[in-house]
Design a protein around this ligand. Structure first.
Ligand code: 5GP
Ligand code: MN
Ligand code: MN
Length: 473
């Protein structure tokens, strides 16, 4: 099935250039993952990406690689920042889908099941979950949303949703420049009423606990000491990002031939970065990136209020600081050896090492953390980047990655099996009938996936988190 893969180093496999590929492609897999690896379509998608002109190097597959729309999920594709292409499908449907982690000063050992349930209820009362749900914040109107397109989390923090120090703990400071709301379609504008909502399916809010510490110094610095309760938020730009991806895929498909680009697939629709369509896509994508940063910020605000209601004290007394907020579907201009590249990360997370100039000032000496969720019934990780990660454009996997499609999961996992695998973890879902889509059995073994890069020095583990209670979209 994976016969084309050629081993080129520890945990590194090459998909050699052939046919219309202009460069090789590279996949990161441990021997355990390779033994169960069965992703011919994802490999084909990576090979398709290698056919696009102007790439800065081989497209990369992270150890959580699986089939996506256009580029596989777990894909990293770097274009030459001047002469390369930009692709809507290499960013993905849910633009700036990402994960934010909060660290509290509460100890899990002191929280009863009753308290956890009260917290879930207070969170659910504030944050709509499920596909297509509109915001509960009546004050969120078009005027605010337009400001959010430009200013991201910065705008909502200025309006009182959060603390000024939250911003430094968000990738890009919570605001990507280059947004131009004028390029958004009417449909995209309409779907931007979903600010401050969680979304459906795979999106979640999870209360967890630090249950293993690998690097005590960094763990303490990030506020993640053993036994602490954490809150993880996984959501993105909701219907807005989806609409932008759909709109611009169409625009790019139409425009590509005019620029002499033969598209490998519709999903990998791409145009030159410097073209009008390319610049417009970046401007639209930046609106959605900022929308998603603001979305996770508003959700953080709502979660802090939920804790305040349950604990009858100021959120500040409970910690609830932002450890970090990271995008896993995004394209950004970044410098490598003084050269500007456009790095597309699609189901991949940036993790910068200590000393890298793009870290926020407070994280210069440690590197910024990356958050890697596992599944609703298994562990998640916090890691940091290393200097060796330059070969992946400082990228790591964004999760465990699926082994079963949603449909296959629903068909092959029984409710009994699912419940057994959840043990004492409390869970709630907007659509219980779809819980099996997201069962722990539908995902790879997160320990094996994280160790694939950690064991070759591309990332360093800081802590492992275990879920206590989870709200699924
Ligand atoms: P994606 O953005 O690709 O939908 O999901 C990212 C990753 O989150 C998945 O690959 C999976 O490993 C992880 N994940 C999915 N659901 C949950 C959950 O409920 N809790 C945690 N901790 N991780 C999850
Ligand atoms: Mn998403
Ligand atoms: Mn996601």
């Amino acid at each position: 099935m994976n016969k084309k893969l050629v081993k080129i180093g520890p945990n590194r496999y090459c998909l050699p250039r052939e046919g219309k590929m202009l460069v090789d492609a590279i996949v990161y897999l441990s021997s355990e993952l390779l033994a169960i690896f069965d992703e011919p379509i994802a490999l084909q998608q990576l090979a398709d990406a290698a056919c696009l002109p102007g790439l800065a190097g081989p497209p990369l597959g992270m150890p959580d690689i699986h089939q996506g729309f256009g580029l596989p999920i777990g894909g990293v594709m770097a274009s030459d920042g001047e002469n390369g292409v930009i692709s809507a499908g290499a960013v993905g449907m849910d633009i700036n889908c990402g994960v934010r982690l909060l660290a509290s000063n509460l100890l899990a050992a002191n929280i009863t099941t009753r308290k956890l349930t009260s917290l879930l209820e207070a969170i659910e009362a504030r944050i709509p979950a499920g596909v297509g749900k509109a915001t509960k914040h009546r004050e969120i109107k078009r005027e605010l949303i337009e400001r959010v397109f430009y200013e991201g989390a910065v705008e909502v923090v200025e309006r009182g949703y959060g603390w000024p120090e939250d911003l430094e703990a968000i990738e890009e400071g919570g605001r990507l420049s280059g947004a131009r709301p004028g390029v958004l379609s009417k449909e995209a504008w309409e779907r931007s009423n979903q600010l401050a909502t969680l979304g459906g399916g795979n999106h979640f809010i999870e209360l967890g606990v630090v249950n293993e510490v690998y690097d005590p110094t960094l763990a303490e610095f990030f506020g993640l000491t053993q036994g602490r309760v954490t809150v993880m938020i996984h959501t993105g730009s909701r219907g807005l990002g989806h609409q932008i991806c759909t709109d611009f895929t169409e625009i790019m498909v139409q425009a590509a031939p005019r620029y002499g680009i033969q598209l490998p697939t519709k999903g990998l629709a791409a145009v030159p970065i410097q073209s009008r369509e390319g610049k417009d896509y970046f401007a639209a994508m930046a609106c959605a990136v900022n929308f998603a940063f603001a979305n996770r910020q508003l959700i953080t605000h709502d979660i802090r209020e939920a804790f305040e209601e349950v604990y009858k004290t100021d959120a500040g007394n409970l910690g609830l600081k932002v450890v970090y907020d990271i995008a896993h579907n995004i394209a950004k201009y970044e410098l490598y050896d003084g050269k500007k590249l456009l790095v597309h990360r699609k189901g991949a997370t940036r993790a910068l090492p200590a000393g890298h100039p793009a870290n926020p000032p407070s994280l210069k000496e440690t590197g910024h953390p990356a958050i890697i969720p596992g599944s609703m019934g298994s562990s998640s990780y916090v890691v940091v980047g290393t200097a060796e990660a330059e070969e992946t454009y400082y990228s790591v996997n964004h999760g465990a990655g699926r082994v079963l499609s949603r449909r296959a999961a629903r068909k092959s996992i029984s409710m009994d099996e699912f419940e057994r695998s959840m043990g004492d973890i409390i869970y709630r879902a907007r659509r219980p009938s779809r819980l099996l889509d997201e069962a722990p059995q539908a995902y790879k073994n997160i320990d094996q996936v994280v160790d694939t890069l950690a064991s070759i020095g591309i990332t360093r583990k800081v802590v492992k988190l275990a879920p206590l209670a989870v709200i699924k979209g």
